[in-house]
Design a protein around this ligand. Structure first.
Ligand code: GUN
Length: 286
């Protein structure tokens, strides 16, 4: 059994990105620049955005953080998005989700210039990705496909079962895994699915993006399967400074011995998702 080291792969690729970013900066006299809009003070969102800004610094991108309080109006957000859309010094930007309930998230997403939508939330970019046109690729799905390739994991003709159909993980991942390049046979499980255990147990590659700690137990995993854990549930912990620790969807201790490859949480998919945002930002200048 091999534990897939997302930190190691992300570090290697970050070095490649840093070299390309340096060249771009020399050529155009301006560093690549990623901006983030963050609304409110949710602990999870704050920490994700801080990590993204730190990642930018590591590879030599400039970054900007634009903050609003929870009571921000839609008009104020649209104004900020408009400024970023029209600022030629900003290559890409993200609006960290979730947004407060009085803000219509989809309207906000659709206000982003697709050419700067490095999160790949805009329907134009989602559509391009779905039909295999050159485009940005959703961060977590891109990160997962890179991990599979770097570990030389065969996907062609394999049964790939994905738990979860979210717009940012399960659904785009199902498309990538079924496209010619990955060439897998894909099943997507969701809250309406029946026989979940049996279907998971038939998977050569099992990818869980449910957000439920310990959902995937050893009896749901075939001997020799590849297990990719996308879960990142923050659970209280007295062992960490922040008072939280991350839990994946997989009962790692009991599932790992059955696997050929498995990703840990933390240190598996998470660093690759962050990396993918940098890769999409690099793509803005292609
Ligand atoms: N909230 C949870 N994941 C993400 C993400 O990948 N991008 C943004 N913008 N918000 C998120």
């Amino acid at each position: 059994m091999t534990i897939i080291d997302g930190n190691k792969v992300a570090k290697e690729i970050k070095e490649e990105i840093a070299a390309k970013a340096k060249k771009i900066k020399e050529e155009r006299g301006l560093a690549l620049h990623l901006a983030a809009i963050l609304v409110g003070h949710d602990g999870g969102s704050e920490s994700y955005v801080n990590f993204k800004m730190k990642d930018c610094a590591e590879v030599g991108f400039d970054s900007s953080l634009i903050r609003f309080e929870d009571n921000v109006t839609e008009e104020e957000l649209f104004e900020a998005i408009d400024k970023l859309n029209n600022n030629s010094a900003i290559d890409g930007f993200i609006v960290q989700l979730p947004l407060p309930r009085h803000i219509k998230e989809q309207k906000v997403i659709e206000a982003i210039n697709p050419a700067k939508d490095v999160d790949v939330f805009h329907p134009v970019n989602v559509g391009k990705m779905m039909i295999g046109l050159p485009s940005f690729v959703s961060a977590t799905p891109l990160g997962i496909t890179i991990l599979l390739k770097r570990y030389n994991i065969e996907t062609s003709g394999k049964n790939c079962v994905i738990i979860g159909r979210s717009n940012i993980v399960g659904r785009p991942l199902s498309v990538l895994m079924s496209q010619k390049e990955m060439n897998a046979t894909v099943t997507v499980l969701h809250s309406g699915s029946k026989n979940i255990k049996e279907i998971c147990a038939s998977a050569d590659i099992l990818i869980s993006a449910m957000g439920k700690p310990n959902f995937v137990t050893a009896d749901m995993v075939k001997d020799g399967a590849v297990v990719i854990d996308v879960g990142t549930t923050r659970i209280p912990s007295n062992q960490t400074k922040s008072g939280f620790k991350l839990s994946g969807d997989v009962d790692f201790e009991n599932v790992a011995p059955k696997c050929s490859f498995i990703t840990p949480v933390p240190g598996g998919v998470g660093p690759m998702t962050r990396l993918a945002l940098l890769l999409n930002t690099l793509e803005t200048v292609r």
